[in-house]
Write a protein that binds this ligand. Structure first.
Ligand code: SF4
Length: 511
């Protein structure tokens, strides 16, 4: 495994567009206008982030746990070749087969070859983002093999022929009516939209699939190097059905989803459900070591672990290596103001939100997908919640720099930003610019906001609100406040606004 690649050494592309000839800007604009989507995404992500906040507050020292987890992830990725070799040796010792897939194509071909050897006609799957990444379902179907998703959210997006829009809630963009329509088309009769009816229908359908499938395919939350165990974290129990009923099991794992020891797994299991859904523990934590042994009543006769690179090793040894620390908890998606407005599909591939904006250009193609790094306000909320302390907003800035080096911005934009830099880097120039802006903005204001503007600002204002430049800047307010007589300890005496309070509408503009 190479550790010397640079992130810029990606496969080259030239379209400048992510998916289907559209840009993130076009997809985001369409998503923002879809108010139903916005409500659905905000409702679910609010639920997750409030639950996470409560779960984290209940821990004695969450920050110490986070730091411990960060060190485990950093150590593991720094010594990835060692731990992957150890994992492969332990899995084989337990009776399993291991295949290292350098590309998506290698992984798909291996799975197809195993399926052909066992004359597999139906595959049941538990949730696996990497199988989405390599488009496994498409390739299975193209080779005459039925693939059935058994995670409820994945089942819904499969019926809708869509990609997941969230790491742990793949169908969060779907309304109950839409789900009822999808299920009704499978049932051949109209189904009611109430949750028990929909759940009962999915359960009955999937039970039948579990019983007749020849092969089970799973993802892998973590593999444990010291024991060769595979850990699956689910809330629906489908992971256990997929790994106990079919005679052949294939587990797909991204090569970074590994921990050295069971103790390290314990730390990750403390953090993953809390950061994802606010649960102390997921409903089912399944740990599998090797295929079924003599005397055991369930489990596969044959177990294959497919360890997928697919561009990950390009990140090793670069400033983006920390992106490989991710444990796919989704906390960064749930707090990201951009994701919460546009949902996951607008990112154009299978990974959305801050972590998607970082890894998609690195796994696919920086020139075609580097624009995703602009889908961030750089507020740092993602970095703040990440349980393994990935500096996501720093990585996004790094990607912007790399992308710009490949494809410089138009000259107009460059001139504008040079001008901005010159004005913003001198206090005198900044104050003068503010005074000028207060004059210039007058014809465009209404109720303290810009209501219209000439191009190109008019385009920018289509989906945004721009407050007026305040009549008094913070510095001016601070200066005026400091000039007042002090209490004798250097503290200005209280004003009519109350001691130390920033006056509401300091510049007369509504905020
Ligand atoms: S980057 Fe951090 S917060 Fe985002 S999914 Fe990965 S582990 Fe979770």
């Amino acid at each position: 495994m190479s550790t010397s690649h640079t992130a810029s050494g990606q496969r080259a592309g030239s379209s400048g567009h992510g998916r289907a000839g559209t840009t993130i800007y076009q997809r985001a604009a369409a998503a923002v206008r879809n108010t139903r989507l916005g409500e659905a995404v905000r409702r679910t992500t609010d639920r997750f982030r409030f639950a996470r906040r409560r779960a984290v507050a209940a821990l004695d020292d969450f920050e110490a746990l986070r730091e411990h987890a960060r060190r485990i992830r950093a150590h593991t990725i720094d010594h990835l070749d060692y731990y992957l070799a150890q994992l492969a040796q332990r899995v084989q010792a337990a009776g399993g087969h291991v295949f290292f897939a350098r590309t998506a194509e290698d992984a798909v071909n291996y799975v197809l070859e195993v399926a052909r050897r066992h004359q597999v006609r139906t595959v049941i799957k538990s949730k696996s983002m990497i199988s989405e990444e390599i488009e496994l379902n498409h390739h299975l179907e193209a080779n005459g093999i039925r693939a059935v998703e058994t995670d409820l959210g994945e089942y819904i997006v499969q019926l809708g022929r869509e990609k997941p829009s969230h790491l742990i809630a793949p169908a969060l963009h779907k309304s109950r009516d839409e789900i009822a329509q999808l299920f009704s088309s499978v049932a051949g009769r109209p189904l009611s939209t109430d949750t028990p009816t929909l759940n009962a229908f999915a359960r009955a359908q999937l039970r039948h699939e579990f019983l007749q499938a020849d092969m089970g395919i799973t993802g892998c939350n973590f593999a444990v190097a010291e024991t060769g165990a595979i850990c699956l974290v689910t809330n629906e129990g489908n992971g256990r059905m997929v790994t106990s009923l079919p005679r052949v099991q294939v587990t797909l794992m991204g090569m970074e989803r590994i921990v050295p020891t069971m103790d390290d797994l314990d730390v990750m299991l403390e953090l993953l459900p809390r950061s994802a859904t606010g649960q102390k523990l997921s409903v089912y934590t399944t740990i599998i070591t090797g295929p079924r042994r003599p005397g055991e009543t369930d489990g596969p006769e044959e177990l294959h672990l497919v360890i997928v690179d697919n561009g990950r090793s390009n990140m090793l040894g670069t400033e983006f290596q920390e992106a490989l620390h991710c444990i796919r908890c989704s906390a960064c998606q749930n707090v990201c103001p951009v994701y919460r407005h546009i949902g996951g599909h607008a990112y154009g591939w299978v990974y959305g939100g801050p972590i998607g904006a970082v890894i998609t250009p690195l796994l696919k193609d920086l020139r075609d997908w580097g624009e995703l790094a602009n889908a961030s306000s750089l507020c740092g909320a993602c970095t703040e919640v990440c349980p393994v302390k990935i500096p996501l907003h720093d990585l996004l800035i790094g990607l912007r720099k790399e992308t710009n080096a490949h494809r410089p911005a138009p000259w107009g934009e460059r001139v504008l930003f040079r001008l901005w830099a010159a004005v913003a880097s001198g206090p005198g120039r900044w104050q003068a610019a503010l005074r000028l802006a207060r004059l210039v903005q007058r014809p465009f204001l209404q109720d303290g906001r810009w209501r219209w503007a000439p191009p190109p600002l008019s385009h920018w204002l289509t989906d945004r609100e721009l407050p007026a430049v305040a009549r008094q800047s913070f510095r001016e307010w601070w200066q005026a406040r400091s000039d007042r007589p002090t209490s004798g300890h250097g503290v200005p005496t209280p004003s009519s606004h109350g001691a130390g309070a920033v006056p509401r509408q300091a510049g007369g503009a509504k905020r």
